[in-house]
Design a protein around this ligand. Structure first.
Ligand SMILES: [Mn+2]
Length: 280
């Protein structure tokens, strides 16, 4: 069972035995990059920790899964991160038994900053019950096709509105899109260099011995609300035969119908479809 934990940018996945909280893109240490430019922003790590502890205390999961981009720097860690990140996880361990991380594009060389008990899972993703999870900058593993629902991060989706006075309002959002099972199967098989024999679904069945089921995808808001986001209603609609301007291979593929995706505010308010919001 999957539940979006409105108003938190977090999701809960319950299976028969397990309870997992999922968050994405905390980007710890983002403010340090600003400091290099002379803009002083106090460390946000303690605020993020407090927010996360509130969610963990309320739902008491046995596992916390972070869907990539734990840190801000892409490759090397900055001196501040050597302090903030280990401390963040050491403190978190007081509130949840297991923590796991799916690698994002900002998580190179993250290992030395993590307590040994925290596994770093590959960017191709993992599954929890009937939910497949991956960061979003790379193609997921075909194994995720066993799941009806896929969740990704990486995009940091926001919508932007302008009022007549020219004021700009930016809000973090959840994106819920339909996913074409056959098209996604086809693309993932091609990425694995597997020759399609019959339909893509039949080929998945033959090679992996399961029936692909993925029919919807959620794009999570970033857990760090201090960060900027990608204004998804300022992107162009997909034109037939043309690649979309969205980031990440899955969203660029024809498998995900972003134009008709449903957009929700963090508090659960339904705003409309992406196409409707583009007209604002
Ligand atoms: Mn990312």
């Amino acid at each position: 069972m999957l539940k979006l934990l409105m108003p938190w940018p977090a999701a809960l996945i319950k299976t028969g035995k397990t309870k997992t909280i999922v968050i994405a893109d905390p980007h710890l240490g983002w403010e340090m990059a600003l400091r290099d430019k002379g803009i002083h922003v106090p460390s946000q790590s303690s605020k993020l920790l407090e927010k996360l502890v509130t969610v963990l205390s309320k739902y008491q999961p046995d596992t916390l899964l972070i869907l990539g981009d734990v840190k801000y720097t892409v490759v090397a860690a900055k001196p501040g991160e050597w302090h903030d990140i280990p401390e963040f996880f050491t403190e978190l361990k007081n509130y949840v038994k297991n923590i796991a991380i799916v690698r994002g594009n900002h998580d190179a060389n993250l290992e030395p900053l993590l307590p040994e008990s925290i596994p770093l899972l590959p960017a191709t993703g993992t599954t929890v019950g009937d939910v497949g999870l991956f960061h979003g900058h790379k193609w997921p593993s075909p194994t995720l096709l066993t799941c009806k629902t896929i969740i990704m991060g990486h995009l940091h989706p926001v919508v932007v509105f302008r009022d007549p006075a020219g004021f700009k309002i930016t809000r973090q959002v959840w994106v819920k899109a339909k996913c074409d099972t056959s098209q996604l199967s086809k693309t993932l098989l091609q990425k694995q260099r597997i020759k399609i024999d019959g339909t893509p679904e039949e080929t998945v069945k033959k090679h992996y011995n399961f029936k692909p089921r993925t029919s919807q995808i959620f794009i999570m808001p970033s857990f760090n609300d201090f960060l900027g986001g990608r204004p998804i209603n300022e992107t162009k609609p997909r034109k037939k035969g043309q690649a979309s301007t969205m980031i990440g291979p899955v969203l660029r593929s024809e498998a995900v119908d972003l134009d008709n995706s449903e957009i929700y505010l963090l508090d659960g308010t339904y705003l409309g479809t992406l196409n409707q919001l583009r007209r604002l």
